[in-house]
Design a protein around this ligand. Structure first.
Ligand code: THU
Length: 137
C-alpha cells in the first residue's frame, strides 16, 4: 500500500467523524505490522473530555484485534464541509498512545491535507524524549 493510497483511506475515514461540537473532522488510517489497516475518526462528547481522537480510535480498534506492532499512520483533518486546508498533527495524548505501541525510530506519521501537501515524520521526531515502556525497564 502506497502512502497515497493510505492517505485516501484516511480521507474516507474522516467522513465517519462524529463532531457536533468542534465541527473539525479527522480521519486516520493505521498500518499494523500484520499488514491489516485500521481506520479511525474523532468521536466527540457533550462533556468534551471523553472525546476520542481519530488516531486513538484506530489504535484502540487494532489493539482490541490483538495487534501490538505498527508501521505507519496517515492523518487528515480539517473543518467539516471542506477538504482539509492544512496539515493536522496528532495531539499529545495520541503521541503518547503511539509511544506505547510503536518503535519511535521506525514508526512513520504521515500528515496530509486535502490537496497534494504531505509530510512524513518518525514518532521520535514528533515526540522527542518520549516516555515509553522501555523506560520502566
Ligand atoms: N482531533 C483528532 O481527532 N486528531 C488530531 O490529531 C487533533 C484533534 C480532534 C479532537 C476533536 O474532536 C477535534 O479534533 C478538535 O480538536
Amino acid at each position: 500500500m502506497t502512502n497515497e493510497e493510505l492517505i485516501l483511506q484516511a480521507k474516507e475515514a474522516r467522513e465517519h467523524a462524529y463532531t457536533p461540537y468542534s465541527h473539525f473532522q479527522v480521519g486516520a488510517a493505521l498500518v499494523a505490522k500484520s499488514g491489516k489497516i485500521y481506520h479511525g475518526c474523532n468521536i466527540e462528547n457533550a462533556a468534551y473530555g471523553p472525546t476520542n481522537c481519530a488516531e486513538r480510535t484506530a489504535f484502540f480498534k487494532a489493539v482490541y484485534d490483538g495487534e501490538r506492532e505498527f508501521e505507519r499512520i496517515a492523518i487528515v483533518g480539517g473543518p467539516e464541509g471542506s477538504p482539509a486546508d492544512t496539515l493536522c498533527a496528532p495531539c499529545g495524548i495520541c503521541r503518547q498512545v503511539m509511544m506505547e505501541f510503536c518503535n519511535p525510530e521506525t514508526f512513520q506519521i504521515i500528515l496530509a491535507d486535502g490537496k497534494n501537501k504531505c509530510i512524513q515524520l518518525s514518532l521520535k521526531e514528533m515526540l522527542p524524549y518520549g516516555f515509553g515502556p522501555d523506560n520502566l525497564g
